[in-house]
Design a protein around this ligand. Structure first.
Ligand SMILES: Nc1ncnc2c1ncn2[C@@H]1O[C@H](COP(=O)(O)OP(=O)(O)OP(=O)(O)O)[C@@H](O)[C@H]1O
Length: 332
């Protein structure tokens, strides 16, 4: 656990970036710091690895004050990922990742093989391993940044707006990959973003900060959406919080209807399209039973016939749901 107790950061010019922040960041979970520009997110994050020193208060990791640790040793146990990945431009991708194992004293061959394993783990095409960072897309560079941060097998990962500079589709993929990776590695991740949707999607816990570096609310996303503590949090979450709440309800309780005859299926039962007046209409976005109700709603809304298709893990159609049945579930 990382604990902030009454932590304040005042910069030499008098700016109070973080004001008496107290919170507990649980181990092996993702905690997100979110808030408007200038609210002290980055300052809070960087005080954890002491690249910014706190002015007062206490920050501890598993009970030990970080100021009692050697800063270099402290940083070695903490991975750090930043917005543009911060890769070494003159090193190849694999050498970027192998840098840390080499620093830890491993030989070149072992460092490279560990680096290749990590690149595979973060979903990078290994054909890109010998390229230089400038020859990769922004999303690919971020994957390398994550692999490099994982290279020392740190218990803690600090991630400062790591996905902000990529387009929305790649961003969505990187978020999904991070969640998948976290299911395997279970690190203590502290993640900074100004995007409340990203915070809600990724965070086990979300700390909402207001300008002046004060904590407005610290809660799991579900609680944040259901009970924002004040007007600031409510307006920061936005108008559509009722819709966002659907993210936390599972679609497996939905009363699915049978697959209708008008739905064309492939050899393995996968939906191909809706037959309508001799035409085959697209199916829209199908959902799986393990998905959220938000995904089911999206499937209904994107279906040309108002029927959301539910598929199993193999992609086989197992049932459909329409507006009326969905509304029945949504009504309190
Ligand atoms: N070195 C510095 N000297 C003086 N003030 C600083 C310094 N670094 C940051 N600040 C100020 O501290 C406040 C918090 O900055 P910080 O970068 O932590 O915020 P942030 O929430 O991460 O912002 P953003 O989302 O825009 O990156 C801001 O008012 C900023 O101008």
């Amino acid at each position: 656990m990382i604990e902030f107790e009454d932590v304040t950061k005042q910069y030499p010019d008098g700016t109070v970036a973080v004001d008496q922040l107290s919170l507990r960041i649980p181990s092996n979970e993702i905690t997100v710091f979110v808030g408007p520009s200038g609210c002290g997110k980055t300052t809070s994050l960087r005080m954890i690895n002491r690249t910014i020193e706190r002015s007062s208060g206490r920050i501890s990791i598993d009970g030990e004050d970080i100021n009692d640790k050697d800063p270099v040793a402290l940083r070695r146990g903490i991975g750090y990922v930043i917005q543009h990945a911060g890769l070494f431009p003159h090193k190849t991708v694999v050498d970027n990742v192998a840098t840390v194992p080499k620093l830890l004293g491993w030989d070149k061959k072992k460092s490279r093989s560990v680096a290749m394993e990590l690149l595979e783990r973060v979903g990078l095409d290994l054909k890109l391993a010998e390229r230089y960072p400038a020859q990769l897309s922004g999303g690919q560079q971020q994957r390398v940044g994550v692999a490099r941060a994982l290279a020392a097998d740190p218990l803690i990962m600090l991630m400062d707006e790591p996905f902000s500079a990529v387009d929305p589709i790649v961003r969505h993929q990187l978020q999904e990959e991070l969640l998948r990776l976290q299911r395997d590695i279970g690190k203590t991740i502290v993640f900074v973003t100004h995007d409340i949707d990203e915070a809600i999607k990724l965070g086990d816990n979300v700390a909402v900060l207001r300008v002046g570096g004060k904590l407005a609310q610290f809660d799991p996303p579900k609680e944040l959406l259901a009970n924002p503590t004040d007007d600031f949090v409510e307006s920061f979450i936005g108008q559509d919080r009722g819709y966002r709440k659907l993210t936390f309800l599972k679609a497996d309780q939905l009363p699915l209807g049978p697959v209708p005859a008008e739905l064309s299926l492939g050899d393995n039962g996968e939906p191909l399209g809706w037959q309508s007046n001799g035409e085959l209409l697209p199916i829209g976005a199908a959902f799986q039973t393990g998905d959220s109700l938000r995904a089911a709603m999206d499937a209904v809304l994107t279906s040309p016939v108002g029927q959301g298709i539910c598929v199993d893990e193999a992609g086989k159609a197992v049932g459909v749901i329409d507006y009326t049945a969905l509304a029945g579930v949504l009504r309190p």
